[in-house]
Design a protein around this ligand. Sequence first.
Ligand SMILES: Cc1cc2nc3c(=O)[nH]c(=O)nc-3n(C[C@H](O)[C@H](O)[C@H](O)COP(=O)(O)OP(=O)(O)OC[C@H]3O[C@@H](n4cnc5c(N)ncnc54)[C@H](O)[C@@H]3O)c2cc1C
Length: 482
Amino acid sequence: MHFRIVCAMFASLRTARARCNLDLVTNPSLIKFIETISAKLDEGAIVDDPELISPFTTDWTQRVKGNSDLLVRPKDHQGVVDVVKAAIQCRVKLQIQGGNTSLSGGSVPQAGEVLLSLSRLNSRCEVDPDTLMAKVDAGVTLERLQREAMKYHLMPGVDLASRGSATIGGMAATNAGGLHVLRYGSMRSSVVSLRCVWGDGTESPRNIPLAKDNSGISFSPLVVGSEGTLAVITELSLRLVPVSASRAVAVVPFMWIPEAVSFAGKVRRMTDSISAIEMISKRAIRVVEESKGVIFPIKDPFEIVLLLEIASNGNASNELTEILDGSLDESQSQSTLLGMDGGTLAGLWFWRESITEAIQRRGEPLKLDLSVPIAALGELWQSIDTIQKGLAGRLEVVRFGHLGDGNIHVNLLGAEDILKRAEVEIYQLVAGLDGSITAEHGIGTLKKEFLQLVRTERELARMRELIEIFNPGRTLNPNVLL
Ligand SMILES: Cc1cc2nc3c(=O)[nH]c(=O)nc-3n(C[C@H](O)[C@H](O)[C@H](O)COP(=O)(O)OP(=O)(O)OC[C@H]3O[C@@H](n4cnc5c(N)ncnc54)[C@H](O)[C@@H]3O)c2cc1C
């Protein structure tokens, strides 16, 4: 059946053809779905032009390519309710998407699911300076919330290099972590409450930002980190934190991970003003040098550097200097870089924030996002070196991450069969060290087959039961997580 004919049968509906070239859709369930929602959604909410859909079906790394014939972009909560109800009624599956910055393939439709993009659901972005909270629509980007919050000298606790595109809804759905988890926690610590549409088409009743509410089991924390397998998040209330009056950064070289771990522990015991302890391997530095045509100011020998940031209302520069005096030896002090003002601070963060993009320029990396107990970081590092040596120059490994959280991003480049081999070996290694195969990016579609390495059969069965309760038949994100 062709859509043009079906449309004629529904002459009373505001014709969907006026909005997009729906001649391209031929699947009867999809046609019925379009008919059902086209009367309810605004102009421009339904897109079936393959060229316009194409950017939504490839992930940020360009590694994961999916397919979809239809994109729907509701502008408000009610629009999402209408889309989910229509999908249930017409037996159509939905793939939820925020800013499409997922690094685990979680945002891309795998089997022709209709793309439900939250990118237009972004009208509300309100900051309440009296309660230090924000109420935002799910499609608001992190950068926009940062700008609004900054007007009151506030900021969200979670910050990511993908801030220009990542949405607050997507960040909550993945329980994003980022640069300041050490100090402010991940998204789960920031979300006070949220409004959502469950996979069975019902709505969560409220998004009331009560800082304290112990009236039984809370559902918001369940949705956070569920990667869109339970509900579509439409609105959130978030805690904000004051922007510290002063910041200072040091970049310190080390020969070996355990040395850096012990330094990090020492400085954490000395102050509560640390806002980041980031780790960059020598290889990652070289990749940024090549990509950006710049030279790293610290000379060899070193194997890794730590970027330590102090943020406080006192004098961060003085505090940082005192900490370094009390924890570094003479030769390390001499090669340490300091950033005490806006320009030099940004100049040092540049080395950390440029890595992901610089790796991307080398090819399509396989991205592993590992965490292990901090004491096991050295063993993990060494074992990855051994795996790389075993592959005799056929594998490039670029490592960086959030050392303070025991979280290392391992980027693998090489031929597909080599990547697959290394991936399996590294995940087995991590499981053996009681670690996690994803610290912050989520399981998405790329890590599904490895989930059983770190979660028991019983736990997986419980997850499936939960999904069946809230998202029966898996209308939402049928190919994500499990
Ligand atoms: C350069 C770069 C740096 C990054 N740095 C970090 C980092 O430091 N820490 C970190 O944790 N991540 C990082 N990421 C990964 C990514 O930005 C995060 O996972 C982010 O939270 C995804 O947000 P998004 O809006 O792009 O979601 P998407 O990528 O669109 O979706 C991610 C998942 O959430 C689901 N989802 C999206 N919106 C909703 C919604 N409203 N309701 C329900 N489910 C939804 C999707 O279905 C998908 O499963 C980085 C990515 C890039 C490209």
